[in-house]
Design a protein around this ligand. Sequence first.
Ligand SMILES: [Zn+2]
Length: 120
Amino acid sequence: MAREKSTLTVYVGPDELEQEMPGRFEVCGRCDGTGVTALHGIAIPADEFNGPDWDDEMREEYFAGGYDTPCTCCNGQRIVLVPDRKRATKEQLAARDENARVDAELRRDEMNERRWLGEG
Ligand SMILES: [Zn+2]
């Protein structure tokens, strides 16, 4: 079932204030709009595919989509909601960019911390 919601919710600032902004649907780039990725997108080497681990029945099932799993990016929706930069206000875009910046910063801090603790 297609999602009808066409607004995005972004969380802004340290208080994570919810802010809605216009969004638009784009064909998912990970699965190319098919909504599925075979075996989580893991490609099977030809050697293995033609090897003893696979029989004709399994190969047939593979081609019929029996091993397909819903795309993790769009959850099988084939489309993803992205911010609509044309319809969003300057403030909304700034909020979203700020959001992305804070996110990136948090991730970096986390990585630094892990390195500091010798966990990675
Ligand atoms: Zn997808």
